[in-house]
Design a protein around this ligand. Structure first.
Ligand SMILES: CC(=O)N[C@H]1[C@@H](OP(=O)(O)OP(=O)(O)OC[C@H]2O[C@@H](n3ccc(=O)[nH]c3=O)[C@H](O)[C@@H]2O)O[C@H](CO)[C@@H](O)[C@@H]1O
Ligand SMILES: C=C(OP(=O)(O)O)C(=O)O
Length: 418
């Protein structure tokens, strides 16, 4: 199994180009199932989750044409199956996002329940309730969500808690429903806005994406179109934290600064000079040690849970004590015991981690448990004395394109070994 070895102690400097967002491209690829014509998607990152989604679309019968690296064309006209098998769904939770599109377009969908995962139980009850509000009949049988509806009808959906995936599933389904759907307490993440932009390019009628009320007026059909995936705010944030932690100066280019307000505010609080110019963001922490920050994860525009592990890594070597409250997932502190192996001082009580910064970490073998936990271990390795060897990096490849090449370009000593 492949591992990553990081030799710590080098301040990162230079420019890094940000890729398209994993959490935007996955729902967008699923949304192409709604169209009557081929859809072109640009700025597609080369990620394991993207490959899994393309395999799933191909399994359903869609044509997948890679035009040029990051540009793809999906032809949904040849879709014949509406079954998303366990083998593909189990490795990637986002595959549940074919449920809404298949149901809306083909009147039926059978999607394996995604497995539990390291960060929490992650049920899909909100997806099911929302689609039922649009008239779908849904049962759970033999580990599959089985859904049917002659044609979905517009309805009222009011979420009890904010869910990115459930908002996306019902948003996609509502585009082809008969009548108007109002989604209240909708997720406001930039990836929802990007999905809505793509659906609108395909002929959907959507208002309010990015606010907590989305109104979708159903249309008879969606046509082909083209869309360029938004920059990955979590990848961006990860590189900016790397700059701050190592006492370096890094500019992330091809980024979308407006999607990162809370993250940039926390970097300023940690003592970094942060500047934005067009699609570039620079974090300069030269000659300084970060100050510990307190943070509470929350739905957008709050602090993203997908950046929690990376900020925890920064607090580990910061000056002072920082508290981190994880309010989205009940079990998203799996990186703590690995960071402790590197010499971090972290105390957990319920959903709060209190981190007391230490002057230095020391390299050790550690194990990645999920995607952002893996990123936090790489960040910690960048500042640890000696070598940090990170095992189970397949988690990392789900969501970071060429991370070791990008970090090497900033001066890091990092390599992948078999
Ligand atoms: C592919 C993708 O975009 N993944 C992101 C998406 O995941 P995902 O869409 O799975 O996350 P949700 O926003 O749905 O989860 C938020 C909370 O709602 C709960 N919940 C969710 C659905 C449901 O039916 N019932 C229920 O109880 C979850 O367990 C969690 O506690 O948003 C998360 C929160 O920003 C991010 O960490 C993930 O990176
Ligand atoms: C939790 C994440 O992704 P997923 O929902 O795909 O597991 C993530 O991107 O940090």
């Amino acid at each position: 199994m492949q591992k990553i070895i990081v030799s710590g102690g080098i301040a990162l400097n230079g420019e890094v180009a940000i890729s398209g967002a994993k959490n935007a491209v996955l729902p967008i690829l699923c949304a192409t199932l709604l169209a009557d014509e081929p859809v072109s998607i640009g700025n597609v990152p080369d990620l394991h989750d993207v490959k899994t989604t393309l395999r799933l679309l191909a399994e359903l019968g869609a044509g997948v044409i890679v035009q040029d690296g990051a540009d793809l064309q999906i032809d949904p006209r040849t879709v014949r199956s509406h079954v998303a098998p366990y083998e593909l769904v189990k490795t990637m939770r986002a595959s549940v996002l074919v449920l809404g599109p298949l149901l809306a377009k083909h009147g039926a969908a059978e999607v394996s329940l995604p497995g539990g995962c390291a960060i929490g139980s992650r049920p899909v009850d909100l997806h099911i309730k929302a689609l039922e509000a649009l008239g779908a009949r849904i049962t759970l049988e033999h580990g599959f969500i089985k859904a049917s509806a002659a044609r979905l009808r517009g309805g009222k959906v009011a979420f009890d808690i904010v869910s990115v995936g459930a908002t996306e599933n019902v948003l996609m389904a509502a585009t082809l429903a008969d009548g108007t759907t109002v989604i209240d307490n909708a997720a406001k993440e930039p990836e929802i806005v990007d999905l809505a932009d793509c659906l609108v390019a395909m002929g959907a009628d959507i208002e309010g994406a990015g606010t907590d009320r989305i109104v979708v007026r159903g249309v008879e059909r969606l046509h082909g179109g083209s869309h360029r995936v938004v920059a990955d705010r979590i990848e961006t944030g990860t590189f900016l934290v790397a700059a701050a932690m190592t006492g370096g100066c890094v500019t992330a280019t091809h980024a979308r600064p407006g999607t990162l307000d809370t993250v940039l505010d926390k970097l300023v609080e940690a003592g970094a000079d942060v500047g934005t110019r067009g699609d570039a963001i620079t974090v300069d922490m030269r000659g300084r040690r970060p100050k510990a920050v307190d943070l509470v994860t929350a739905p957008h525009p709050g602090f993203p849970t997908d950046m929690q592990a990376q900020f925890m890594a920064m607090n580990c070597i910061a000056e002072g004590v920082g508290t981190i409250d994880e309010t989205i997932f009940e079990n998203r502190f799996m990186h703590v015991q690995e960071l402790v192996r590197l010499g971090a001082e972290i105390h957990i009580e319920g959903n709060r981690a209190t981190v007391t910064g230490v002057p230095k970490l020391s390299g050790a073998p550690v194990m990645a448990t999920d995607l952002r936990a893996s990123a936090s271990l790489i960040l910690a390795g960048l500042v640890a004395e000696g070598d940090t060897t990170i095992d189970r990096i397949y988690h990392l490849d789900r969501g970071y394109e060429n991370i070791e090449r990008k970090l090497s370009g900033l001066g890091a000593k990092i390599r992948r070994v078999d």
